[in-house]
Design a protein around this ligand. Structure first.
Ligand code: C2O
Length: 560
């Protein structure tokens, strides 16, 4: 196998969007950051040099990191951050996977500008091509969110006020808001000059921070062929829904009237009331295959997308169409029933009480008796980061018997019972803070029921697991009820994913085999939620056999 080398320099750069200029954190002076292209089976070595005044880590979203958890990237989970003027080399193999993935910063709110695509080109030909058919041309599109203010101020402000973050000022396509944000953004439009009569493979990634998005291309049908870098049975759709963290790969053909100009566009999916005022924000990019190529695009067609505040039916129907391709289940057999390790985990928002001992600078202005602040939790534990990395502590515990000092392993398998989706929301919304993980024996089949709550407000939660892909057996609305809902489990061809959107006031059931030793964070990919506690950590035990063991820590692993 071949090793591909990259050097990523983290620096600041002044950049103007929506007529306002600010300094952002970038990689190699690029925004979005550089695209990584590897072939399945390659190894990657990425040297990250930190030249900014802030700690950083990078995460390779969807990469399995089999036995190489040291290079997974979430700050204080698998590594201490790379301090300023320091470097760290991420080294891992890209085996048994192929497709559209990405990388991003994994510390505070930095992934708002620090992200890029990671494309794993398959060894075998695409299963969706007809015999003899040429490879499609490829188009990588990253959706994002843009704030005019400094993103560290955005999250800092949210933490201080105890409320949410301010809404972003624009959604973006490849870092550009596009022509629909008024005069200020005309020049910040991504233009794709395509060839007529050609099949394109669109690799679409959502790097948005806090919002799920609807996406489509005017007058062009999408054929979905892959979700989160796992092939699905192809199906056609005029538009799609994508959550932060997810990737969808789709085919389309430039076979419409070439004298017209088309656009691809995305706008918010506000999954539940109270609806935030996102309706008028649409990011768009120009798509043209006129000949000779045009320079300006005074008029263009927009796709018709599901409405922001009434998209749940579309979203549920889209999720139900995702079925893994047969090749996927040959490579990753469906975990057998019943699962050895069962979890029932609530995912939701809380109103946190404000103990008198709390930092007096944090305001507790939410309208509840005694005041409160915004929080999020899993099984009513609001995760609070450790001051040192879980993985090193776990490794030391295995090899020296020294107990971990900054986390405990008593994350509850089940929530305390209450009506999770009561409407109006029930009282007692507080979730105590904790740094809690759970140990899973190596090789066990794990089933997790993820149950959305309505304690503060219902909302979709895109839940992401590091270190594994998982099969999504079913999703539904309301409180999960095993007797009623288990007959609906798809045990034939469920999709295999790394991020699942748990429907607002609803549930999802996932299964995976814990065959990768390490400490794997399991969290909401809405960054406001993960930063306010919607996280936990699965510690997959380091088995005794040589092949079950984690590799030893790298020499340059950053200290805390
Ligand atoms: Cu895409 Cu924990 O991250």
């Amino acid at each position: 196998p071949r090793t591909k080398f990259y050097e990523f320099n983290i620096t600041e750069k002044k950049i103007t969007r929506l007529c306002s200029t600010k300094s952002i954190i970038v990689v190699n002076n690029q925004f979005p950051g550089p695209q990584i292209d590897v072939e399945e089976g390659d190894s990657l070595e990425i040297k990250v040099n930190n030249f900014i005044n802030h700690n950083i880590t990078l995460h390779w979203h969807g990469i399995f990191q089999n036995r190489t958890g040291w290079f997974d990237g979430p700050a204080y989970i698998t590594q201490c951050p790379i301090q300023r003027q320091r470097s760290f080399v991420y080294k891992f193999d890209v085996v048994r996977q192929r497709g559209t993935l990405w990388w991003h910063a994994h510390i505070t709110f930095l992934r708002a500008t620090v992200y890029g695509a990671l494309i794993v080109h398959p060894k075998q030909s695409f299963p969706f091509l007809r015999p003899g058919e040429a490879k499609p041309k490829e188009l990588v599109v990253m959706l994002g969110e843009w704030w005019k203010s400094d993103v560290l101020d955005v999250i800092g402000q949210a933490m201080l006020t105890g409320a949410g973050t301010n809404l972003s000022d624009a959604f973006t396509i490849n870092g550009l808001p596009g022509p629909l944000y008024g005069k200020c953004s005309q020049q910040d439009t991504q233009v794709f000059n395509l060839q007529p009569g050609t099949r394109y493979l669109l690799r679409l990634i959502s790097a948005a921070m806090n919002t799920e998005l609807f996406f489509g291309i005017a007058n062009h049908t999408l054929t979905i062929v892959e979700a989160d870098a796992q092939y699905v049975k192809p199906f056609t759709t005029p538009s799609l829904v994508i959550s932060p963290g997810q990737a969808i790969t789709a085919l389309f053909t430039t076979d419409r009237d070439p004298s017209l100009t088309y656009s691809m566009a995305a706008h918010a999916f506000a999954s539940a009331p109270p609806f935030i005022p996102f309706q008028n924000t649409t990011t768009a990019a120009i798509l043209s295959y006129a000949s000779p190529p045009r320079k300006s695009f005074p008029r263009f067609l927009l796709p018709s997308l599901p409405p922001s505040t009434a998209g749940s039916a579309f979203s549920d129907a889209f999720a139900a169409k995702l079925r893994s391709a047969d090749r996927v289940r040959r490579e990753f057999p469906l975990p057998a029933s019943p699962a050895a390790e069962k979890f029932f985990i609530t995912v939701g928002l809380n109103v946190q009480s404000c103990p008198p001992t709390m930092n007096p600078n944090i305001s507790c202005a939410l309208p509840v008796p005694g005041g409160g602040r915004f929080g999020a939790s899993m099984n009513n534990v609001s995760f609070i980061g450790s001051s040192s990395a879980f993985l090193k502590q776990h490794f030391d515990f295995i090899h020296t018997g020294e107990d971990p000092s900054t986390y405990t392993t008593d994350f509850p398998r089940f929530p305390r019972p209450y009506n999770f989706t009561a409407s109006p929301a029930i009282a007692n919304q507080n979730a105590p803070e904790g740094t809690k993980a759970r140990i899973i024996p190596y090789g066990a089949t794990v089933e997790v029921v993820l149950q959305g709550t309505t304690l503060l407000a219902p909302e979709n939660h895109p839940i992401h697991l590091h270190g594994f892909d998982f099969y999504v057996l079913a999703t539904g609305r309301g409180n999960f009820n095993r007797t009623r809902d288990s007959p609906a489990f798809n045990l034939v061809d469920p999709p295999l994913r790394n991020t699942i959107s748990v429907p607002a006031a609803g549930w999802a059931v996932i299964r995976f085999v814990a065959d990768n030793p390490g400490t794997w964070v399991f969290h909401c990919h809405l960054d406001l939620h993960s930063l306010t506690g919607l996280d936990t950590v699965f510690i997959v035990e380091d088995g005794a056999e040589e092949w079950q063991r984690l590799e030893p820590p790298p020499k340059d692993l950053p200290p805390c």
